[in-house]
Design a protein. Structure first.
Length: 769
């Protein structure tokens, strides 16, 4: 039997059974039952009065009243000899529970009023609930946290966490005697308690790992219901004490010491230990009016020698034989021991480590539980880790308010995370404000576009480059010097490099507009280039590549080997990879000017390349995409599915997004060669995809159909159109796009004069108040 003896729900059923049996056999027992009912009603009335007096606007805490267990669940647990976390479930048809709910209806109304007062403090949590899509993702992640709990290692009882509160009875009970994990490789029986998803590992998990999973599973079940269920606050002090009637304020000072540690000890294994840990070893009133019965000590020794199931059986029979007043006495002794917050028992560092496995939405809900949980959930280092997971590199430093509310905790990393979430929401469903319109290239084609920080650089076949402010939309300066159209460019910090049909490269100072160097050497159009630190590699229609020092303007190396125009190039500081119209991809050592590998396999021109230092990905007019190993030169995967020229690609963390002239966009896993998503459907582009970018959440694509579309990277679902040209479908084209975290820059125009050449700047940033 692995049922919790201390589950008050079970005791109520047993008590009820005892009362009914005794009432039918003895008038004395009926009178005792009436006295018990009267005493319970008086106690409940005193409890309500105490709560009403103590309620002073503080955060609400936990409801100590238990509910009934599900009988079928009890039967299942009794058949198992392993120790499990058991979660009591209310009996929907229990009349006593219904009466109790009616008695506390007034209290629930008062709780709802207090919840409304907390809304201002909980604004961050509300932000996470505003986005329907985000909420569904959070809920899915939250559920997965519960169902992916693995229990495949034996864990000593003193290493278990303490009980926590659940949706139904506001409590999770731990059977201190019978909690035992299954043996490695064997799935424990699922009693409908904490769902188990046993991993295929043959080795036991470290007890620390099990501790983390165990704790997080409890939190994941309890947190969503804490705010509306908990009716009184936890009392945190140097020692963990049990609850008494009424609310007590949380003591923040005990958790803000210089050491940062909360005094704690191993989780007690007996109720005597529980009372001692709670400081109640000498405080609990014991019955001293009678002498201990003969043989009590011998019986206790015998009891300790029994196995766990035997102890449960003995206690089960003992409870059934007790009178109502005796059962009530047991409840009064036992109940307070389970009304504790297990997080407060842990050192601060360990508590933070446990909370670090929560989703941000659950962290925000945890902050609403009590002051100490708010201190933990606002920890700056905790939110820094969350920011790292989201790729947020900088904390948000906002101007502090002149008047700071008591208890206000400023967490720059949390502010940064909240801000990023709001920005993502703006991308998904925020109001599309009128974009800034940047005009200056007349009716010429914008051939290249760079965007970094607040600076935009556009190159055109009108022989010029223009530097724009992304904030004001003003043209800061025009870079004049080329005698042919500009067809390639790169930018880093204050340096701009451009390549032209006049066969030269120029190095510009973005601040002054001065041409620092003119790089001569190519004998045809400079069609592509790639900048890495102080060196730039250029590819030309003369079939050669050149490596330049941008500080001195000298040509350091010339790479010869292609027999047709070089169309694309990538450089990581160590290797140069080039694709050309000769159907070849070549890997070079620029220092020795030698070709290390010639990657053969394409049957038509190579138009696009991506290189991450390990893999080379090439896109060709033959409709295929090939993944190569840069060290061996072997073709790892051939990605098929597109029907035309792959015009653009982007590679990040083994995820490749490719855009094609067949109007589709595909998402690939280059490790497996699988196509994860195809961005199509009724909202797909109606013409060739011209450009694309993606981050961990979104894919942004532009097309000859005059639109810019936003897609969900994970699901491949269409989200919305970000740009729709009025001349789209009749000549309007979006040539290039560049996006940052908060802005989108689009180079638009037309091939027949129906759309004016311009840049559109869309802003998705949030206002800092």
């Amino acid at each position: 039997m692995n049922q919790e003896l201390l589950s008050v729900g079970s005791k109520r059923r047993r008590t009820g059974g005892s009362l009914r049996g005794n009432a039918s056999s003895s008038q004395v027992d009926e009178e005792q039952m009436n006295r018990v009912v009267e005493e319970e009603q008086q106690q409940q009335q005193r409890h309500q009065e105490a709560e009403h007096t103590a309620r002073n606007g503080e955060l609400v805490g936990a409801d100590p009243r238990p509910g009934d267990q599900n009988d079928s669940q009890q039967g299942q647990v009794e058949e198992n000899n392993n120790r499990f976390i058991s979660v009591d479930e209310d009996s929907s048809g229990n009349q006593e529970e219904q009466e109790e709910d009616e008695e506390h209806a007034g209290e629930q109304e008062e709780e709802e009023e207090e919840e409304e007062e907390e809304e201002e403090m909980d604004q961050e949590s509300d932000d996470f609930d505003q986005s329907d899509d985000s909420s569904r993702e959070d809920e899915h992640t939250h559920n997965s946290n519960v169902t992916n709990c693995s229990s495949i290692v034996e864990l000593p009882i003193h290493q278990l966490s303490s009980p926590f509160y659940t949706k139904t009875t506001k409590r999770v009970f731990i059977n201190q005697e019978e909690f035992k994990m299954s043996k490695p490789g064997k799935a424990p029986v699922n009693h409908g308690l904490v769902p188990v998803d046993l991993k295929t590992s043959k080795e036991p998990l470290p007890h620390q790992t099990v501790m983390k999973i165990f704790s997080i599973s409890i939190i994941a079940q309890g947190l969503p219901f804490c705010r509306r269920r908990m009716k009184r606050k936890l009392d945190h002090g140097s020692e963990v004490r049990s609850f008494s009637l009424g609310k007590k304020p949380c003591k923040v000072s005990d958790y803000t010491s210089t050491t940062g540690l909360v005094p704690c000890s191993a989780t007690p294994t007996t109720f005597g230990d529980l009372r001692a840990a709670n400081g109640q070893g000498q405080q609990r009133r014991r019955i001293t009016s009678v002498q201990p019965p003969t043989g009590l000590q011998e019986w206790l020794k015998m009891f300790q020698s029994w196995s766990g199931p035997e102890k449960l059986l003995a206690l089960d029979e003992l409870i059934d034989s007790c009178e109502p007043t005796q059962v009530k006495h047991m409840m009064q002794v036992i109940e307070p021991q389970f009304q504790r917050d297990f997080i407060s028992l842990l050192p601060k560092e360990l508590a933070l480590y446990v909370l670090s496995f929560l989703e941000p939405k659950d962290l925000l809900q945890a902050a609403q539980t009590c002051r100490y949980w708010r201190i933990l959930a606002e920890d700056n280092l905790l939110w820094r880790e969350k920011c790292k997971e989201e790729g947020i590199d900088e904390p948000l430093h906002i101007k502090r308010r002149k008047i700071i509310k008591p208890g206000f905790i400023h967490s720059p990393w949390k502010s940064a995370y909240i801000r990023q979430h709001r920005i993502d929401t703006n991308w998904r469903r925020g109001e599309l404000k009128s974009p800034k319109v940047l005009k200056g290239h007349d009716d010429h084609v914008i051939t290249c576009l760079q965007f970094c920080g607040n600076r935009i650089v556009s190159g055109s076949d009108d022989n010029t480059l223009k530097v724009w402010s992304a904030v004001t939309g003003k043209c800061l300066r025009t870079l004049v010097g080329h005698t042919g159209g500009v067809w390639s460019s790169q930018m880093r910090d204050n340096i701009i490099i451009s390549g032209s049909t006049d066969r030269t490269l120029k190095v510009w100072n973005a601040e002054t507009g001065e041409c620092i160097h003119t790089l001569y050497g190519h004998t045809s159009t400079v069609r592509c280039m790639h900048l890495h630190e102080k060196r730039v590699v250029s590819g030309s229609r003369d079939a050669t590549l050149r490596v330049w020092d941008i500080e001195t303007g000298q040509c350091l190396h010339v790479l010869m080997g292609h027999v047709a125009a070089v169309r694309c190039v990538q450089y990581d500081g160590r290797r140069v990879v080039s694709g050309a119209y000769d159907f070849m991809v070549k890997v070079w050592d620029p220092e020795t000017e030698t070709c290390l590998h010639t990657l053969q396999g394409h049957t038509n021109r190579v138009y696009s390349l991506q290189f991450d230092g390990i893999h080379v990905v090439s896109g060709s007019l033959d409709t295929s995409i090939r993944v190569w190993d840069v060290e061996t030169g072997n073709c790892i995967h051939t990605l098929t599915g597109h029907q035309s020229l792959t015009s653009g690609m982007e590679l990040k963390d083994n995820i490749l997004v490719s855009g094609n002239a067949d109007s589709t966009v595909k998402i690939w896993d280059i490790k497996t060669g699988q196509c994860l998503q195809t961005l199509q459907g009724p909202h797909k582009h109606q013409s060739a995809v011209t450009c694309l970018q993606f981050n961990k959440n979104f894919v942004i694509t532009s097309s000859d159909d005059g639109t810019v579309k936003l897609w969900d990277l994970r699901t491949g679902e269409f989200i919305r159109n970000l740009v729709t040209l009025e001349s789209g479908g009749s000549g309007g084209v979006v040539w290039r796009i560049r996006a940052s975290n908060t802005k989108l820059v689009c180079a638009v125009g037309s091939r027949n004069g129906t759309e004016e050449t311009k840049l559109l700047v869309l802003d998705f940033d949030v206002d800092l108040k």
